[in-house]
Design a protein around this ligand. Structure first.
Ligand SMILES: C[S@@+](CC[C@H](N)C(=O)[O-])C[C@H]1O[C@@H](n2cnc3c(N)ncnc32)[C@H](O)[C@@H]1O
Length: 194
């Protein structure tokens, strides 16, 4: 049984619906555990809920990209510290479109990536574009908020155009779970309407 971290994290009522909840967190926890994920990354610290579930599963360093943590008075980092994971979190206080590109330049790879940052269509597409490059072959990527039309369009693009990313069955309604199952071998002019 996964601890119900969500129930005890300090999250203002008006923000509770945007934080990763216990059902979602449990999915990330089990995924990290079952796949023995060692290198993990997420976009969007928020209140630290998803980060806590991931680190609770791995007990290993976890990279979290979010430039706006200060505007939440670092509540996410405080929640992470309260759960005993301050020593594991590697918070990169830069926008994902910059930090993810830098991680690609450094040839970093990750076994599990959770995308829950900017939610506009183009923000999500850019995050997924870079995260796909950062994902080890065989690694897993979970994208939140499929209820949003912009995020669903990103899903449609991926499923129509990216044969290297395979959709995995997932009972969490708002999650898109992808596994990197190969390499991106598209021709330069490849495009499948979606
Ligand atoms: C829905 S919240 C994440 C919630 C988090 N998963 C949790 O469990 O508390 C979205 C977060 O994405 C961050 N964000 C927005 N644009 C971003 C960007 N370009 N790069 C990284 N993070 C971004 C926001 O600051 C916010 O903290």
């Amino acid at each position: 049984m996964v601890d119900n971290y969500f129930s005890r994290l300090q999250i203002p009522d008006e923000h509770r619906s945007v934080a990763t909840n216990h059902e979602q967190g449990s999915y990330l926890y089990e995924l990290a555990r079952l796949t023995a994920a060692a290198k993990t990354l997420e976009v969007g610290l928020g209140f630290g809920s998803s980060a806590v579930y991931i680190m609770a599963a791995t007990r290993l360093p976890h990279v979290v990209v979010d430039p706006w943590a200060r505007s939440y008075r670092y509540a996410g980092l405080q929640n992470i510290a309260a759960e005993g994971f301050a020593g594991l979190v590697d918070h990169r206080e830069r926008a994902s479109q910059i930090e993810l590109a830098e991680l690609v330049r450094q040839q970093c790879t990750f076994d599990l990536i959770y995308v829950d940052g900017g939610h506009k269509f183009d923000e999500t597409l850019v995050d997924v574009y870079f995260c796909a490059q950062l994902l080890a072959v065989g690694g897993h990527m979970v994208i939140d908020d499929l209820w949003m039309p912009g995020v669903r369009r990103v899903r449609d693009f991926i499923l129509a155009n990216r044969e290297d990313l395979t959709q995995m069955p997932c009972p969490v309604e708002d999650f898109l779970h992808l596994r990197r199952t190969g390499y991106d071998t598209r021709e330069w002019n490849h495009f499948v309407p979606f």
